[in-house]
Design a protein around this ligand. Structure first.
Ligand code: DX5
Ligand code: ZN
Length: 237
């Protein structure tokens, strides 16, 4: 399938990216089809190494098997101490965007270059304790910023509203520099918190529990998240 870098998606649109972490792992293919049919814009794939974060998830062989199941762009979030070695394998498996943590132990510049050389859009992620200024040297070389709104490692945690000043600061930096960068938030996003994140300037909403485990179904869940387009329009005005 043709690669769909996230740069091809409208930066002013509120995009919903269900996180596969909250899906039923016994039926991953069906679960992806379900959220795609329900109106998801992107699929968020969380990859953990048991070292950068205290949990393990999936690797390139699983992503490769899931790729033909869906037309959604795959947004691969690498929570790895050494992500560089996994850029090529995930790109080959079908990732469209690859995000690494600015706190990782690898050479960040070289890793970003490898991501783009592989034809994927390149993202940098901040843990809750990392200041947004850490991204300033990289703004000209990334397509996406991911602000963690929980400590990475597990789904189903509570949204950290105190991260919104970081989102606001980064939105201002993106606008001031004239950059085309998606501003993504991840952790505790639901129908209630999505408006807060959009108001601060986030346009790409990762939501695991709130989509895959919504009692009213994924369609209602995704429509509820898309409704925050109104707050985003205000923030981007
Ligand atoms: C946490 C992951 C998130 C997580 C979000 O480390 O990066 O993507 O799945 O899950 P919810 O939406 O349930 O907080
Ligand atoms: Zn994630």
């Amino acid at each position: 399938m043709e690669r769909q870098p996230l740069t091809s998606l409208d930066h002013r649109r509120l995009l919903v990216a269900p996180s596969l972490l909250a899906a039923d792992f016994a039926r991953l293919g069906e679960e992806i089809r379900r959220v795609e049919a329900a109106g998801a814009d992107i699929l968020h794939v969380d990859v953990m190494d048991g070292h950068f974060v205290p949990n393990l998830t999936i690797g390139p062989p699983v992503v490769e098997k899931l790729r033909p199941v869906s037309r959604l762009p795959f947004d691969v979030h690498l929570m790895l101490t050494n992500p560089r070695a996994f850029v090529a394998p995930f790109a080959a498996a079908g990732a469209d965007g690859i995000t690494v943590h600015v706190e990782c132990a690898d050479d960040v510049g070289a890793t970003l270059e490898e991501i783009r050389a592989a034809g994927c859009s390149a993202g940098l992620c901040l843990r809750p304790g990392t200041r947004p200024e850490a991204l300033l040297p990289w703004l000209g070389r990334i397509d996406l910023i991911l602000v963690m709104t929980v400590e990475p490692g597990f789904g189903g945690q509570s949204f950290m509203a105190e991260m919104m000043s970081k989102v606001f600061w980064l939105r201002r930096a993106i606008t001031a520099g004239g950059h085309r960068i998606h501003l993504e938030v991840d952790g505790g996003i639901d129908a209630r918190t999505v408006g807060v994140a959009a108001k601060a300037g986030a346009n790409l909403m990762v939501a695991g529990t709130a989509v895959f485990r919504h009692p009213g179904g994924a369609e209602a869940a995704i429509a509820g998240l898309h409704a925050a387009q109104r707050e985003l329009d205000e923030a981007l005005r």
